[in-house]
Design a binder for this molecule. Structure first.
Ligand code: FES
Length: 120
C-alpha cells in the first residue's frame, strides 16, 4: 500500500474535486463522472491558481481563472492558455480511503488509477 490518506471516497461525489495538502504538496483529488479517482498537482501551470476551485467535466478539470482545462488522467492541458501539464500522482483505494503517493509522479502516458466502483 503506497500513498497517504487524502480523502474518504464516500465524501467525494462523482464530478467533484477536493484540495488536500500532502507532505507540503497541494493536490487536487478528482472523482470523474465515471467514478474513477485521480490526483493531480493543484496549481495551474498558467499561473498560481488553485485548480480545485475549478470545475470537473468528464475527466477534466477546468481552471476557473482563464479556462485552461487539464485531463486529470494524464495531466495534459487540453485548452489554452496553459501549455504545460500538471503532475499526476498515483492513487490507491483502501476500502473507503483514497491514498495518494505524492513522492511519485506518473508519466504522460495514461495510467491506471484506482477505480471507484459503487460500494454496497
Ligand atoms: S491561471 Fe489557470 S488558466 Fe490562467
Amino acid at each position: 500500500m503506497s500513498g497517504v490518506f487524502a480523502v474518504r471516497l464516500s465524501e467525494l461525489a462523482e464530478g467533484s474535486v477536493v484540495k488536500v495538502v500532502l507532505k507540503d504538496v497541494p493536490v487536487a483529488v478528482v472523482r470523474c463522472d465515471d467514478g474513477t479517482v485521480h490526483a493531480v498537482g493543484d496549481t495551474c501551470t498558467h499561473a498560481d491558481v488553485s485548480l480545485s476551485e475549478g470545475e470537473v467535466d468528464g475527466c477534466t478539470l477546468e481552471c476557473w481563472m482563464h479556462g485552461a482545462r487539464f485531463d486529470v488522467r494524464t495531466g495534459e492541458p487540453l485548452a489554452l492558455p496553459a501549455t504545460r501539464p500538471v503532475p499526476v500522482f498515483p492513487v490507491t483505494l483502501d476500502g473507503d480511503d483514497v491514498l495518494v503517493d505524492v513522492t511519485t509522479t506518473l508519466g504522460e502516458a495514461p495510467t491506471p488509477v484506482a477505480h471507484a466502483g459503487k460500494e454496497s
